[in-house]
Design a protein around this ligand. Structure first.
Ligand SMILES: Nc1ncnc2c1ncn2[C@@H]1O[C@H](COP(=O)(O)OP(=O)(O)O)[C@@H](O)[C@H]1O
Ligand SMILES: [Mg+2]
Length: 387
């Protein structure tokens, strides 16, 4: 079988070879980006590299614009490997929450007014909320528009705390505790009472103009989950609000939002009210889809899993995770067996964007790949060049 022949030339992208042959397997990039996709596998299985290969294809073939929340940026892993931004410097911009970042085009600033209670609730475990904190936060944020400034900056200096808690009709100890738990947010230097540069707006403008954005977390924020969840949620909500107001004619670029540790946003507990859950369920009509990267798919709400069109499944060990990735798929028994044999850099690819389920060796992200990505395709004929 020639795997490419079924896929239109401009959408076909070589991602690897079937385990049993040396043929090239192509994926239909347009179909991949038209619906949500999922890339699953344990740590070290090769998710980040596989994702980067696919992102390069989406950008190179101008299939869609990407917004990538890059939790562990490739730069910090190894300085030798070309990042997406260095491959496609014109069409990829780096935004970073850390001013220490050397390769960022723009530093992110988030203003208090961009933060909603739901962003804080998402990280309530990391902030070590007490049982009453969430409820107290809800009351305070309903009564005071400037709730974040109040809780972070003002309340700790209030002389008569009893009077203030009475005014708000909340329990004094609960209010004390809430304000105290939130103080961790004061470590986030990019979080400002007011922001002079609207960097989130700039991200949105880039996406609208077809420029992909990598949101990077370097320096003090490297591997900091609080920052990663908090910032990704805030930025994505602004984008959701913006794009869901556009009519289908004005929003021409297809946007794919790639998110790691996706189960945090898409768990049963959160997804119904979370912006990523809403995008997974509603945004296809606005040309915005998710590219979900996760090592614990069983923690993602089955409702969201069933919305995933194309699945790229790498090595998984936990039985619940294995069952989760086959949510709604057919011929599961055979596929489970194949999955159990996968090693690093191998994936079982199935769903909307491939002709049939196949286990593959993912192609290498190496010199050759990079050279291929840097090649400028000349689709213009000689005649076009003369005139
Ligand atoms: N397609 C690939 N090309 C080259 N090296 C790879 C590829 N996939 C995995 N690797 C190697 O395996 C390691 C782990 O892969 P990575 O994508 O970081 O795993 P994960 O994101 O699942 O934790 C990488 O550091 C790299 O050395
Ligand atoms: Mg990774």
């Amino acid at each position: 079988t020639d795997f490419r022949r079924i896929i239109p030339e401009k959408n076909a992208f070589y991602i690897g070879t079937p385990l049993t042959s040396k043929e090239k397997l192509y994926i239909d990039l347009e179909k991949l980006s038209m619906r949500n996709s999922g890339l699953f596998g344990i740590t070290g299985s090769g998710k980040s590299f596989f994702a980067r290969i696919i992102f390069a294809g989406l950008i190179k073939n101008k299939i869609s614009t990407l917004l990538i929340f890059d939790m562990h940026s490739i730069r910090s892993e190894s300085g030798k490997i070309d990042s997406l931004a260095s491959l496609f410097s014109e069409s990829v911009k780096i935004f970073d929450v850390s001013k220490s970042s050397k390769d960022a085009n723009t530093y992110i600033e988030i203003a208090y007014e961009d933060v909603e209670p739901e962003d804080v609730v998402l990280v309530s475990d990391i902030l070590q909320f007490s049982p009453k904190s969430e409820e107290t936060l809800e009351i305070v944020s309903r009564r005071r528009k400037d709730w974040l400034k109040f809780l972070l900056d003002e309340y700790p200096n209030v002389k008569d705390k009893k009077e203030v808690s009475d005014e708000l009709a909340v329990n004094l100890e609960s209010l004390d505790a809430l304000s105290r738990h939130l103080q961790k947010l004061k470590n986030l230097k990019f979080l400002k009472e007011t922001s002079s540069s609207d960097s989130i707006k700039s991200i949105i403008e880039n996406l609208k103009n077809g420029v992909s954005v990598v949101v990077q977390f370097s320096g003090d924020y490297k591997d900091d989950r609080l920052t990663y969840y908090f910032v990704s949620n805030i930025i994505t909500r602004r984008i959701f609000n913006e794009f869901s107001n556009l009519t289908e004619d004005t929003q021409k670029n297809r946007v794919v939002i790639a998110i790691e540790e996706a189960h945090k946003f898409l768990s049963k507990q959160y997804q119904a009210n979370n912006v990523f859950g809403r995008i997974a369920r509603e945004m296809r009509k606005f040309n915005v889809t998710l590219f979900i990267i996760d090592q614990r798919p069983s923690e993602i709400d089955p409702e969201v899993l069933s919305q995933i069109g194309t699945r790229l499944v790498m090595e998984l060990k936990d039985e619940n995770d294995i069952n989760a990735v086959f949510q709604g798929a057919s011929h599961t028994k055979r596929l489970v067996k194949i999955l159990s044999t996968l090693e690093q850099k191998q994936a079982l690819v199935f769903g909307y964007a491939v002709p049939l389920p196949l286990p593959i060796n993912v192609r290498s992200y190496d010199e050759e790949f990079i050279k291929e990505m840097k090649e400028v395709k000349t689709t213009k004929s000689v005649k076009d060049d003369i005139y």
